[in-house]
Ligand binder design. Structure first.
Ligand SMILES: NC(=O)c1ccc[n+]([C@@H]2O[C@H](COP(=O)([O-])OP(=O)(O)OC[C@H]3O[C@@H](n4cnc5c(N)ncnc54)[C@H](O)[C@@H]3O)[C@@H](O)[C@H]2O)c1
Length: 338
C-alpha cells in the first residue's frame, strides 16, 4: 500500500498532537518536520517513530518528498505556506484559522481551485464526542433545533503572552471563539443574519467581550457569548439547544445530555475519562482527512467551508464595529454566483 507521506510545518503543541495520532495510522508515513527553530523540529522528530527528518524551511520539507503538509504554525502565518503547498499540488491540513482576513482566505481558495492537492481546515470540535452526539440527535430527528445558546470563554490572555497580541492571533474570535462559531451553522444550517455587540474591556488592543445574535435560514435563532477574561471559571465551553419539549446540553468536551421530550428519560453521556485526543475530535479529523486522500473523497472541512467560516468571523467583527445587522445569506448567495 502506498503511504501518505506527511510533513509538519511548525512543531509545537498541536503538531505533536497530530503527530502522535498519525503515527498510529498504518496508511501514513511521517517523513519530516520543519520549524524556524530547528531545535523544536528536532524535538518533535525525535519523539516520533520512524526515520523522521528535522529541517528548517518549507522548501527543505518539500524536498524530502512529502505529498501532504500539516501547517501547524501560529495563526497569522498560515496563508503563505498553504498557498505554496497547493501550488506545488501538495495536500494541506491547515490548523485553524484558515486565514485572519478574507483576502488571505481568498488567496487559498484560488490556489485550491488550480491545485491537484486537497485542502482541509482542522476544526476538531465537529468531531468531539459530545458534539457528535448532538449532531446525531439533530440528524436523527430526536432534536429539531429552534433556539441555541452558545458560550466559549478563556480565562485570560496572559499565558502565553502572544495570545494578547492580535497581530499574532488575528483577534480573539480567530484564536478561540472560532471553534464555537464553526458549530453555529454545523448544528443549525445556513446563517441568515448576524448582529454583534463587542467591547474592549481588559485588552489594550482588541475587543475581548462579544455578544452575538445569529438567525438561520431555517428560522432558528442562537446567541453566542464569548469572553477573553473570565478567569477560568468552569464550564467555559457550553452549548444548549432547544427543540420541541427537548434540550441538548454540552459542558466542556466532557458531558452531553438530551432531554428528548416531556415525561421521557434523559440520555446522558460522560466522556471525562476518554483520552483528550479522542474526545477532542483530533483522532477522527485526522482519520477523515487521510480517508479523503486515499479514497479521493471530500475532506471533512473543505476550502469552501473554511472560506465561509472566515467570512462569518469577519461579519461578526464588522457588525461589532458598525453596530449594524449583517445580511450574511446575501453575501453567501453573491459568493456562489461569482
Ligand atoms: N485545533 C485546536 O484545538 C488547536 C489547539 C492549539 C493550537 N491550534 C492552532 O495550531 C497552530 C499552532 O499552535 P501551537 O499551539 O501548536 O503553537 P506553538 O507555539 O506550540 O508551536 C508553533 C511552532 O511553530 C513554529 N513557527 C513559528 N513561525 C513559524 C514559521 N513561519 N515557519 C515555521 N515554523 C514556525 C514555532 O517555532 C513553534 O515551534 C495555531 O494556528 C493554533 O491556532 C489549534
Amino acid at each position: 500500500m502506498k503511504k501518505v507521506k506527511v510533513g509538519f510545518l511548525g512543531s509545537g503543541f498541536i503538531a505533536s498532537v497530530h503527530g502522535s495520532i498519525l503515527q498510529e495510522d498504518e496508511r501514513v508515513e511521517i517523513t519530516g518536520v520543519a520549524d524556524i527553530v530547528l531545535d523544536n523540529a528536532r524535538k518533535l522528530a525525535d519523539s516520533l517513530e520512524g526515520n523522521v527528518q528535522a529541517v528548517e524551511t518549507l522548501e527543505e520539507l518539500i524536498a524530502l518528498g512529502v505529498d501532504t503538509v500539516y501547517v501547524t504554525t501560529p495563526n497569522t502565518t498560515h496563508v503563505g505556506p498553504v498557498v505554496k503547498c497547493l501550488e506545488a499540488d501538495l495536500n494541506v491540513f491547515s490548523e485553524k484559522p484558515m486565514a485572519v482576513t478574507e483576502e488571505g482566505a481568498e488567496r487559498i481558495r484560488e490556489a485550491a481551485k488550480g491545485s491537484k492537492g486537497v485542502y482541509n481546515l482542522g476544526m476538531n470540535r465537529r468531531y468531539a464526542s459530545t458534539h457528535k452526539k448532538v449532531k446525531e440527535w439533530i440528524e436523527g430527528g430526536a432534536l429539531n433545533p429552534h433556539l441555541g445558546q452558545f458560550k466559549l470563554n478563556r480565562g485570560e490572555l496572559l499565558k502565553p503572552a502572544w495570545t494578547a497580541d492580535s497581530n499574532k492571533t488575528g483577534g480573539f474570535l480567530y484564536e478561540t471563539t472560532i471553534h464555537q462559531i464553526d458549530l453555529l451553522p454545523y448544528f443549525f444550517g445556513p446563517v441568515k443574519t448576524i448582529r454583534c455587540e463587542a467591547r474592549q474591556n481588559i485588552s489594550d488592543n482588541e475587543f475581548d467581550d462579544f455578544a452575538v445574535l445569529v438567525t438561520f435560514e431555517n428560522g432558528g435563532i442562537a446567541t453566542l457569548v464569548s469572553s477573553a477574561h473570565s478567569g477560568w471559571s468552569f464550564p467555559f465551553e457550553t452549548i444548549e439547544i432547544y427543540g420541541k419539549y427537548s434540550t441538548a446540553t454540552t459542558a466542556e468536551l466532557e458531558t452531553v445530555r438530551l432531554s428528548p421530550g416531556l415525561k421521557q428519560q434523559m440520555i446522558a453521556e460522560d466522556y471525562t475519562q476518554v483520552p483528550f485526543y479522542e474526545k477532542g475530535g483530533y483522532v477522527e479529523e485526522d482519520r477523515l482527512f487521510i480517508d479523503a486522500l486515499i479514497n479521493n473523497t471530500a475532506p471533512p472541512v473543505d476550502v469552501e467551508d473554511a472560506y465561509q467560516l472566515t467570512m462569518l468571523i469577519n461579519a461578526i467583527y464588522e457588525s461589532a464595529g458598525t453596530g449594524e445587522e449583517i445580511d450574511f445569506a446575501s453575501r453567501i448567495k453573491a459568493l456562489k454566483k461569482a
